[in-house]
Write a protein of this length. Structure first.
Length: 423
């Protein structure tokens, strides 16, 4: 049988810098090439010695953040959905700006980002792409962010085919913004494990909790500040908050991404609903509008989702002493971020001078995740019923907890960064 060698250059027993190499018969395919942003200095994957084709699962920086550097070294065809490429340029430019502002040496330049678009080949869901006479692949909707994809690679020799499914980041249930993932069958499964040891609360209950919290805050004369990830979460929140009758101010990169997303209605579950929600939005473009936003009871949706920077910090500094206002943390808060610090200790650190800022405003945490929880992952693995399962994109506890389950179904591997498997 044809052998495939898998090498994990990043994203193994960690969340960040996803980068997996598949080699067979001298042909080398790279799946994702991201960066890891948890610590002060970004961490990068070590690139392999050869890449013939590259496939992008989606536009989050932990999957696309190194693509311009990759293309500089290996000017090979890059495959992914059109919207993923478009969003990835925006995020790469923003990430490069932050790296330069902090005074770190970047891995690529603004020109390299533009150059990488020369190699891009947009691919639709379900479209078959032949890489050579042995390798072909299809993308399937992964339900995680607009344009996100799982990659089904087919490796054929002497009429015998082996199908490898890389889930990318996946959400297997509908959200307001996106349809649930479409999951094909496969022989070898490479699955994300972000929530390998955690079950999500009921989505409808979360939405209800958010609406009640926002209304209570506004009724008491305060401001509701929703700290939100720019890509997906912001648009999801706009859909939930539509029709409340209070002004919704949209600040930070979520505004640019909302405009971009509306140019690709095909990827959205209900583009008209988002267009309608956006009609009531006040787009914040300068400090004067920020002052206006907090002058009256209002809803403010702003980046960064984990309070690590961005305009949300302006609002927290101004409203931090107001016990009638509430900050809603609308996604998972990683260890070491301001959001986690606020939940655990009740204060945040000003990134400019490291000064601690104690907040009197209320803090609410709501788990609106774009990843499959443990129960969905179990269901997915059972349905795919693979011969082999490789668990990636999760911390060691998540991977090993999910691995205890998958072992009952198939041979399971939890690789480390830099290690290889061959079968
Ligand atoms: Zn992602
Ligand atoms: Zn990811």
């Amino acid at each position: 049988m044809i052998k495939i060698r898998f090498t994990f250059h990043g994203g193994a027993q960690e969340v960040g810098r996803s980068c997996i190499n598949l080699e067979s018969n001298g042909y080398s395919v790279l799946l994702d090439c991201g960066i890891k942003l948890v610590s002060e200095v970004p961490e990068y994957p070590r690139l392999p010695g050869r890449v013939d084709s590259f496939i992008l699962s989606h536009a989050h920086l932990d999957h696309c953040g190194m693509v311009p550097a990759l293309y500089k070294q290996f000017p090979c065809p890059l495959y992914g959905t059109d919207i993923s490429f478009d969003i990835s340029h925006l995020l790469q430019r923003d990430s490069l700006k932050i790296t330069l502002d902090k005074g770190f040496a970047p891995e690529y330049s603004y020109d390299d980002i533009s150059l990488s678009s020369m190699g891009e080949n947009p691919v639709g869901y379900n479209e078959e792409v032949e890489l050579n006479n042995k390798f072909s692949f299809k993308l399937f909707d992964a339900g995680h962010i607009p344009g996100s994809a799982s990659v089904l690679l087919d490796v054929v020799e002497n009429g015998v085919s082996r199908r490898v499914l890389y889930t990318g980041d996946i959400k297997i249930s509908d959200t307001r913004l996106l349809d649930a993932a479409v999951v094909p069958e496969a022989d070898i499964l490479i699955s994300e494990s972000t929530y390998g040891n955690r079950v999500h609360p009921d989505r409808r209950e979360m939405e209800e909790k958010l609406l009640v919290g926002v209304e209570e805050t506004l009724d008491s004369g305060g401001n509701a500040v929703l700290a939100s990830f720019a890509l997906g979460r912001t648009q999801e929140l706009l859909l939930i908050l539509d029709d409340l009758g209070y002004p919704v101010y949209l600040d930070g990169m979520g505004a640019d991404l909302t405009r971009l997303m509306l140019q690709y209605p095909y990827y959205l579950r209900d583009a008209d609903a988002l267009r309608k929600a956006v009609r009531n939005v006040v787009w914040v473009e300068h400090n004067g509008m920020r002052k206006q936003a907090i002058r009256e009871p209002s809803i403010i949706v702003s980046t960064a989702g984990m309070l690590t920077g961005g305009p949300v910090l302006y609002y927290l500094k101004k409203l931090g002493g107001d016990a009638n206002s509430t900050v809603f943390l609308t996604g998972y808060q990683v260890e070491g971020t301001n959001g986690r610090l606020l939940l655990d200790e009740g204060y945040i650190l000003d990134p400019r001078d490291g000064r601690g800022i104690k907040l009197k405003m209320r803090v609410e945490y709501l788990d609106f995740s774009a990843h499959a929880g443990r129960n969905s992952l179990e269901r997915m693995v059972r349905e795919i019923n693979p011969d082999k399962c490789i668990l990636v994109h999760g911390n060691p506890e998540s991977c090993s907890s999910l691995g205890e389950f998958t072992q009952g179904i198939c041979e399971t591997f939890i690789p480390e960064v830099g290690s290889s498997l061959e079968f």
